[in-house]
Write a protein that binds this ligand. Structure first.
Ligand code: HEM
Length: 466
């Protein structure tokens, strides 16, 4: 047995005191270590879906869907991708009963070779609300009353009565029809040729639909098969209702389920807190897949659906924000969240509990040393448009020519050289190329001053080493 810094513990039954009836000593580092950590054991619970269980497993492709999707995990039949799945109830607190009537969360983290894909779904293909701004208030109506801390039938049923879009999900919830897994939101898949389809993800349990009866803890389905339902932009446009409305179901006749593969759960977590509680699923993590105009998720600017454009970042914003609150800025470095089959390589550094601080790699972009580079093939819909007009040399030229006097121009060069002579030569060469575009004299003066400075520095170093 050791303390948290690895020092052996001789006695963990008695505190260190000034005598049998004496006071405890501050120097009892074993006690301090134990108590200070205990005081900080609890982290904020999830604001929804706090009650939980998790399992590890894998997803295996059984049917080819490459005509719909270029994501690597679907790239060939037989391909297996490890995953972690967290089941949850929605409204209850961490110690609440499993058996309450409630939706069940079905959150998946696929550890793909392109980075982690989080599909944060429920056991229902639809949801109560269509607009994310209603979510916090809707959830308040489902939780305990803030005054009495008891369940509040008025709040829940008033919300249902005031917002008719809740009717569909409410009727599902109060029926027996709820035990598969669904991605619920509509996403977009793009194939290698760039052809898009809109998609719903369905996981059908092999155990069939089983209803939870009050006071009956039933195991939730394992080994679900995985299906998708797809529709193209044209059919989305002609759909009699908003095809991206998560309170509606796509009609089975028009959008049949397309089988994809099987999802197998075959390993229990070894450590509840490390794996289940610290797991963080985020609908914004969708490598190889894209967002649709589903308002609960996010915006799409793809024609011909411009009219669907909205400015909400519903779930895409909320989950990440919650993870910052619960787990801190390095949440994705935790083993359960770490994209171990790809690699997080970026310019993020430090923050509380930075375990992988990316060694000596440079922490700025752009860079030409050994830092992260952009991945050209990672383009998705939408453009990142540079705001600059690229007239980068005109005003510097005016400044040098018109504002600085001759002495000022010399000082400018001397000061720059003072600052940059220690930088690698390929970096100063590039700097001088830019100076050239301001004025050839600026470049030649800098080149000359730099050579002299470097020569002097070399000689000084040599002299001091003698
Ligand atoms: C968890 C927000 C709609 C499924 C959460 C959490 C937040 C959140 C803040 C806690 C995250 C954490 O601390 O790790 C929202 C908002 C929604 C929304 C703002 C609407 C705009 C939905 C919908 C679904 C869903 C439609 C189902 C498709 C889940 C699941 C979890 C969750 C399964 C638990 C994830 C886990 O096991 O860690 N949601 N949610 N949510 N949400 Fe939502």
């Amino acid at each position: 047995m050791t303390t948290s810094n690895g020092a052996p513990i001789l006695n963990k039954n008695d505190v260190l005191t000034t005598g049998v009836r004496g006071t405890i000593l501050m120097q009892d580092v074993v006690f301090m270590d134990e108590m200070a950590h205990f005081d900080r054991e609890r982290i904020p619970a999830r604001v929804v879906h706090a009650k939980r269980a998790g399992a590890h497993g894998y997803f295996e492709v059984i049917h080819d869907i490459t005509k719909y999707c270029k994501a690597d995990l679907f790239s060939k039949i037989g391909k297996q991708t490890p995953l972690f799945l967290r089941f949850s109830t929605v409204k209850g607190e961490m110690a609440s009963a499993d058996t309450v009537r409630d939706l069940r969360g079905f959150a998946l983290k696929f550890y793909t070779e392109e980075g982690n894909w989080d599909l944060v779904g429920n056991n229902s293909p639809i949801f109560f609300i269509l607009d994310p701004i209603l979510f916090p208030n809707f959830i308040h109506t489902q939780k305990r009353n803030h005054q009495t801390h008891l369940k509040d039938a008025n709040a829940a049923w008033e919300f249902f009565s005031l917002r008719p879009e809740t009717l569909h999900q409410m009727m599902h919830l109060f029926s027996d029809r709820v035990m598969h897994g669904f991605g619920s939101d509509t996403f977009k898949m793009i194939n290698a040729e760039g052809v898009p389809v809109y998609v719903n993800f369905h996981f059908k349990t092999k155990e069939g639909i089983k209803s939870l009866k009050p006071c009956e803890a039933t195991r939730i389905g394992e080994d679900p098969d995985f299906y998708i339902r797809v529709g193209d932009e044209h059919s989305a446009e002609n759909c009699p209702f908003n095809a991206f409305d998560v309170t509606k179901i796509w009609p089975k006749g028009e959008y049949p389920l397309i089988p994809v593969g099987k999802l197998v759960l075959n390993k229990n977590p070894l450590n509840y807190f490390a794996e289940v509680e610290q797991a963080a699923f985020c609908p914004a993590h969708i490598p190889g897949i894209e967002f649709s105009p589903d308002r609960m998720l996010q915006v799409s600017l793809t024609p011909p659906l411009e009219k669907e454009v909205n400015l909400f970042n519903g779930r895409i914003f909320s989950y990440n924000d919650a993870h910052f609150h619960r787990l801190g800025p390095n949440k994705n470095q935790l083993p359960i969240n770490c994209p171990f089959r790809s690699r997080a390589f970026n310019t993020q550094r430090d923050g509380v509990a930075s375990y992988n601080n990316q060694g000596a790699a440079v922490n700025y972009h752009p860079n030409s040393i050994n830092g992260p580079q952009e991945v050209k093939c990672a383009k998705i819909v939408g453009d990142r448009i540079a705001a600059g007009d690229y007239l980068n040399f005109d005003q510097p030229r005016v400044f040098r020519e018109k504002i600085l006097c001759e002495e000022g121009r010399k000082n400018l060069v001397a000061n720059i050289v003072d600052g940059c002579h220690c930088a690698l030569p390929f970096i100063t060469d590039r700097l001088i190329q830019n100076f050239e575009k301001v004025h050839p004299d600026f470049a030649s003066m800098t080149r000359k001053a730099l050579e002299e400075k470097r020569k002097c520095t070399k000689e000084e170093k040599h002299a001091s080493s003698l």
